[in-house]
Design a protein around this ligand. Structure first.
Ligand SMILES: *Cc1c(COP(=O)(O)O)cnc(C)c1O
Length: 229
């Protein structure tokens, strides 16, 4: 991969913006209904700066500690940045997550709902909350299985007083994604949830076709991620 797509430029961002516009128009949707979450996990601040400079203000991170290390300084320069947690969240990190993030995409169990509710109460900060659905019912993946979604939603609301704003999924790598996107879209519609977080670098046009309001795109913007040690 040439250097311009890995560091120091925002050409990947331009391409993804164009891709979102195209997919929206192809499906009779307003491109403004689709929010691009630029997933900057593992990318150093130097790789994120040009994307901020190009006007992108919504970013996704996977790891609470990494985000805490990178974002306070970047946010000082760009205070209107919105930060999304897209990776799995351990209950013992709920405090830091509520303090740092504006949207949490990975609520998937009652114990985590309890931890988040406690921190929301304590801090008065109210990040938007999405429930992650494990549409492929994969053992190694986070998310509530579809058959348990209704119960989790009800318990989040009734037991913990949490407002749930939407749903998120990561389809199995080996499956065509559209059936998973359709399942998630139907569930969101059934429960009147406005946010539909689905679609990554490889499949965001399909997700937009199925109604995604938020696409989470990393590699197509920042280039391949360096391997973690
Ligand atoms: C890494 C990640 C993404 C971005 O994936 P790309 O294929 O690099 O676009 C999106 N969502 C989640 C939950 C991720 O962990």
């Amino acid at each position: 991969m040439d250097d311009s797509t890995t560091h120091g430029s925002a050409s990947g961002l331009d391409a993804v913006r164009a891709g979102i516009r195209q997919a929206a128009e192809d499906n009779g949707r307003d491109p403004a209904e689709v929010t691009l979450v630029a997933v900057s996990k593992i990318m150093p601040a130097e790789a994120i700066a040009p994307v901020l400079a190009a006007g992108q203000r919504v970013f996704g991170e996977n790891y609470v500690q990494e985000a805490k290390a990178k974002w306070p300084a970047l946010r000082e320069r760009y205070p209107d940045t919105e930060l999304h947690l897209v990776g799995p969240l351990q209950s013992n990190k709920a405090r830091e997550a509520v303090e740092l993030f504006d949207v949490i995409h990975s609520l998937d169990r009652l114990s985590l709902a309890a931890a988040l509710a406690k921190e929301i109460e304590r801090t008065g900060r109210r990040p938007k909350l999405l429930i992650q659905v494990n549409t492929g019912e994969e053992e190694q993946k986070g998310g509530v299985i579809p058959a348990q979604l209704d119960t989790l939603l009800a318990e989040c609301r009734d037991t913990h007083g949490l407002a749930i704003n939407g749903l998120m999924c990561i389809p199995p790598a080996e499956d065509p994604p559209s059936a998973h996107f359709a399942l998630l879209a139907r569930a969101a519609e059934r429960h009147n949830l406005p946010i539909l977080s689905m679609g990554m670098s490889a499949d965001y046009p399909a997700a937009i076709q199925m109604g995604a309001t938020h696409v989470r795109v990393g590699t197509a913007i920042f280039g391949e991620r360096p391997r973690r040690a």
